[in-house]
Design a protein around this ligand. Structure first.
Ligand code: DOR
Length: 410
């Protein structure tokens, strides 16, 4: 990923960064990759001008749960295609899951992912490492060495750590290494166990793709007791219930599955109440041929980077039940806080990672036009309201009006 040195003036947009308390019309001047000035009518220098009238100017979005599939499954996605999908959706940073082939369970393997990302990614890539060697649920990986090598969290992804003693040791080792744990939930019982282990071990745990009312309730209870537990919801679980899925369509098959309308209502309340502080796509690309088999035989997972913000906007903000404030926090400062990363923000001196978003822009989802290699999207043909118009990473305009501008090796 390269950084641009050009000046860019973003003019007359609605500057919106809830974590920083910013909401007002103004300009942003980008110079040498950082936000040089922000506010009302900032001075301009020759360079690119983006007219942001009618648009939200947001901190670059962060998705803390994506599958980039490289190394090992490049027929599904690569770091290039996955991060091009990210910037198309306004995401300037992604944390990628370790369930690659082989799994990312050693500092060498992690370093290899970082090296590929440095050469080929269109957005910032923060790799997660596995919790257990080979994701087999037995021996722990070396959290200290993995954190030193750049891991932002440990996760066994789709496989949750079944053994209680292994999980107990994972919590204590993660605390020693200062490494966040992002756990794939497997129902309320497992969440209850892991909240208890986190309390016992004095460390934070984050639950990926929460889908059930009971799961959100347990996380809310834990937070109310002052425990360091957090949770994320995917746009598809927040927007769709099992009743919305045409039977037998593998593009609606994911783990965990779509739940009931009652669960969707509970997830919505959990976003409003600050129980779930993160929206993450769980972008899970599979090749069209892998999904073209029977529902039972198809691998679980749906893609989401290119639709995430618009799906949440259409189904939750336009529906009037979740505020833009909560949504933007959950896509910026929320995940940054869980991962202990600097929050993307509209601040002078901050890296110029920015997304321009048209809240009125309507579009029809056409997966064949996606930047992702995959097409397994449950929103194909849906009309969504809210469109990402431009994305800047490190001061460079890398996406404009749907076009990717020369980033990420082909
Ligand atoms: O649907 C899913 N797909 N859920 C997971 O937990 C894993 C993911 C994948 O890797 O495809």
């Amino acid at each position: 990923m390269t950084h641009g040195g050009n000046n860019v003036l973003i003019r007359g947009g609605r500057l919106f960064d809830p974590a920083a308390g910013i909401d007002g019309i103004g300009d942003v001047l980008v110079r040498d990759g950082v936000i040089a000035a922000i506010g009302g009518a900032v001075e301009s220098r020759p360079g690119e001008v983006l007219d942001a009238a009618g648009l939200y100017v947001l901190p670059g979005l962060m998705d803390m749960h994506v599958h980039l599939r490289e190394p090992g499954q490049e027929h599904k996605e690569t770091i290039t295609t996955g991060t091009r999908a990210a910037i198309a959706g306004g995401f300037t940073a992604v944390a990628c899951e370790p369930n690659t082939v082989p799994p990312c369970d050693s500092p060498q393997r992690l370093a290899a992912v970082i090296a590929i990302a440095e050469r080929t990614a269109a957005a910032r890539v923060f790799p997660k490492c596995a919790i257990t060697v080979g994701q087999k649920g037995r021996a722990l990986t070396d959290f200290g060495a993995l954190r030193a090598a750049g891991a932002v969290a440990a996760s066994d992804d789709g496989l949750c750590v079944k053994g209680e003693e292994v999980m107990r040791r994972a919590v204590s080792s993660a605390r020693e290494a200062g490494l966040p744990l992002t756990l794939h939930v497997d129902g309320p019982a497992m969440i209850e166990r892991d909240i208890a282990l986190a309390a016992e071990g004095g460390w934070a745990v984050h639950f990926s793709h929460v889908s059930l009312a009971e799961e959100a309730e347990l996380i809310g209870e834990g937070r109310a007791k002052g425990l360091r537990v957090s949770g994320e919801v995917t746009p598809h679980h927040a927007a769709l219930s099992a009743d919305d899925a045409p039977g037998g369509d593998a593009n609606f098959k994911m783990t965990p599955p779509l739940a009931s309308a009652r669960d969707v209502a509970a997830l919505r309340r959990a976003l409003v109440d600050g129980v779930l502080t993160v929206i993450a796509s769980d972008h899970a690309p599979h090749s069209p041929s892998e999904k073209a088999v029977s529902y039972e035989d198809a691998p679980p997972g749906v893609i989401g980077l290119e639709t995430a913000l618009a799906v949440i906007w259409t189904h939750r903000v336009e529906a009037g039940d979740v505020s833009p404030d909560a949504v933007v926090r959950a896509l910026t400062s929320g995940p940054a806080e869980v991962l202990g990363l600097p929050a993307p923000g509209l601040r002078e001196g901050a890296p110029a990672d920015i997304a321009l978003f048209d809240p009125k822009g309507a579009w029809i989802v056409e997966p064949e036009r996606f930047n992702s290699k995959a097409r397994n999207c449950p929103f194909a043909g849906h009309r969504l309201q809210g469109k990402v118009i431009a994305t800047l990473v490190g001061g460079r305009v890398v996406m404009r009006e749907g076009g990717i501008l020369g980033v990420g090796a082909a």
